[in-house]
Design a protein. Sequence first.
Lengths: 236, 188
Amino acid sequence: MIPQEHISLFEDYTANVLGDKERLEFEARLSYDSEFKSFYDQYLAVEKGIKEHFQKEYLKQRLKEADESLDAKVKTGKTNRKGIITACISLAAGVTLVFGIYYNNANHGKMVSELWPYEEGLPVRMGQSNTYHSGMNAFKLEKWEEAITLLNKFDSDTAKYFTALSLYQLEHYEDAAQFLSKVSKPSIFFEDAEIRLALLEFLDGNKIEAKKILNKIRRDKNHKHHDLALRILKKI
Amino acid sequence: MYEKDNRVIQEIKAGSEAALVDTYTLYRDEFMAWSVRHYSISDELAKDVFQDAIIDFYQNIQSGQLEVLNSSIKTYLFQIAKYKIINILKRDRRQTYLEDTKLINSESQDYMQDQEIKYKLEDITIAMSNLPADCQRLLKLYYFKEYDMPSIARELNYKNSDTAKSKKSVCMKKLMIELNKLSKILVL
């Protein structure tokens, strides 16, 4: 623990209120008295910690405000929907017609990117260096070309799935869709592939096909991406 | 490759709070959906964890430990938040508590701990919450709002700046005592 008598001295030094002679003595002591130096370093670490504590407290508050605003949007959307929907339907249709085509084309990519589920890849044990693990490592490190080259050597649903995801990152959407459509039903990635395929169909302008897939997911309440499908259907 | 994300980092480095909040709002819902699905945690905990991940992201940028990303911001944040959830779940199951991971070497996705920090932020937070309210206010004015002593005296109705200065010294000593208590608890 920092001795109590040191604390006031450290405070004065950091606040730069020591006289010239005292300051020089203080700095000299820092250089020859390692215990004193260690206490001073601890004191500085506490000061740094206090600043970080208040900064965190402040940022947390700001993010909570952002939460309130995000959650309020969802609630408002739900509460007002019934009442407003009839009144706005013709206006919305008009607005959609005028702006929709332009806006959707320009923003499909952004929207899909925001809705595209996060995929962290499969665990790879240290020391395992075969092609498959190297491919998965490349995927995790976001080295997309390398991941595609390595994973393409395998004819498995998992390899197809992660190849598709890498192709998507490189904006080769059609190729990505082709790989996703090849992921077979028994695969653990089938449901992930389905939702992504829907997003890619939408991105490609095939809204009807996208909705077809999304409605299929919507009907299956046990589907991993049931809620996301509902969100996407609302957006498109 | 991550020009847009690195631009966001530069904006945050330059002090843009809006860029940080925008990053939070952009990925929050997706993170909630992902974490609830993978770890069966509540929405509230997911929000809390993601806020902490955003704050770590901010502090790593401000401290200069994160300057350029070799992955996307989304990957960076999800990785930090994922390890936070794992730590919380382990703690709740009364298993060995791992140190909260704060820093990422984005090249290797390796997590490290800042060895220079002698006091964990968590300890400071606990110690601070045990201080009297007037001490908390004073330290906030001094260290966060960067008020000088005459301004603190005015704000907190102290007689003069000397009173504020000695009061601050008393508060710091109290904080050190609280931190010492915590380290004793940890040793026991």
